[in-house]
Design a protein around this ligand. Structure first.
Ligand code: KIV
Length: 274
C-alpha cells in the first residue's frame, strides 16, 4: 500500500523523508536561516529544510561575496538555528577554504559543524573535483547535500553571477557531476541558476532530490535566501526571485514611527511606565 503521508505528517524531517517526498512527487520547501528568531518562525510555519547558507556572509555580515565567512562564524549561525528548530532538517554550508584544501581538512570542518552546532547535514559546492572530500565526509556518517551550477564560492573564477551551464561543455560536466554526487551517496543536489530544461533533465536522471534556485519548476524543491524573499534586501533583483513580502518598507515605517514617537514624547505613554 502506498504511504500517503505528506511532509507535514512527519514529526522530524530527515534525509529519508526528502527521498520519500521525491518518490511521491511532493515538492520540498527550503529557505535559508541564520538566527534563532527567524529559525523559530521558519520551523513553526512548517518549512521542510533550513539551509544555514554561507550567504550569511552577504545578508548577515554585509560582505560582497560569500568568501570571507569563517567556519567559526558558520558554527555560530548554525548553533543559533539549532536552538530553535524542532522539525525542519538543518543543513549547513561548509564555508570557502574549509574543505577545498584536502579531504582531511574537509572532514575536520564537517565534524566541527556537526559536533558544535548539532546540525543534521552539510552542503559543499562542486562535483568530481571535491570527490575525496565528499567521500570522506560521507564515510563518517555525515549526510552531504551537493551544489552545482552557479557556485558562489567560485565567483573569482567565473567573474560574474550569470546563468551557468548554457553551453554544451559546461552542461555535460554538470550532468556528469550530478550522476557522480548521486553515486557518491549525497542525499540531494542544489541546482543554482541553470537553464530550466537542464535542471529538469538532471532531476529526471537522478534518484536523489534536486533543489532549485533559478532552475525552473521541474525540480524536486525550491530554495531562496530568506532576506531576499522577505524583501528586506531591495538591491538584489534577479529574475528568479519572488518577493513574498516588502519587509524593507514595513521595518522602515516602524522605525520612522518609533523615532517620531520618541522625539515627540508620545512614547512611552503613562500606561507604558511604572
Ligand atoms: O548560501 C546560500 O544561501 C546558498 C543558497 C543560495 C542555495 O547556497
Amino acid at each position: 500500500m502506498t504511504n500517503m503521508n505528506t511532509s507535514r505528517d512527519f514529526p522530524k524531517i530527515t534525509t529519508h523523508v526528502l527521498q520519500e517526498m521525491k518518490l511521491k512527487g511532493e515538492k520540498i520547501a527550503m529557505l535559508t536561516g541564520y538566527d534563532y528568531s527567524m529559525a523559530r518562525l521558519l520551523d513553526e510555519a512548517g518549512i521542510d529544510v533550513i539551509l544555514v547558507g554561507d550567504s550569511a556572509s552577504n545578508v548577515m555580515a554585509g560582505n560582497v561575496t560569500t568568501l570571507p565567512i569563517t567556519l567559526d562564524q558558520m558554527i555560530y549561525h548554525a548553533s543559533s538555528v539549532m536552538r530553535a528548530v524542532k522539525r525542519a532538517l538543518v543543513v549547513v554550508d561548509l564555508p570557502f577554504g574549509s574543505y577545498q584544501g584536502n579531504s582531511k581538512e574537509a572532514l575536520h570542518s564537517a565534524i566541527r559543524i556537526m559536533k558544535e552546532s548539532g546540525a543534521n547535514a552539510v552542503k559543499l559546492e562542486g562535483g568530481k573535483e571535491i570527490a575525496e572530500s565528499i567521500d570522506r565526509i560521507l564515510s563518517a556518517g555525515i549526510p552531504v547535500l551537493g551544489h552545482l551550477g552557479l557556485t558562489p564560492q567560485s565567483i573569482n573564477k567565473f567573474g560574474t553571477y550569470v546563468v551557468r551551464a548554457k553551453d554544451k561543455k559546461e552542461a555535460d560536466k554538470l550532468r556528469d557531476d550530478a550522476k557522480f554526487l548521486e553515486e557518491a551517496g549525497c542525499f540531494g543536489i542544489v541546482l543554482e541558476k541553470i537553464p530550466a530544461k537542464l535542471a529538469a533533465e538532471v532531476t529526471q536522471s537522478v534518484k536523489i532530490p534536486t533543489i532549485g534556485i533559478g532552475a525552473g519548476h521541474n525540480v524536486d524543491g525550491q530554495v531562496l535566501v530568506l532576506h531576499d524573499m522577505l524583501g528586506i534586501n531591495q538591491e538584489f533583483s534577479p529574475r528568479f526571485l519572488r518577493r513574498y513580502h516588502n519587509l524593507h518598507d514595513e521595518i522602515i515605517n516602524a522605525f520612522l514611527s518609533y523615532i517620531h514617537d520618541v522625539k515627540s514624547v508620545e512614547f512611552p505613554s503613562d500606561k507604558e511606565q511604572y
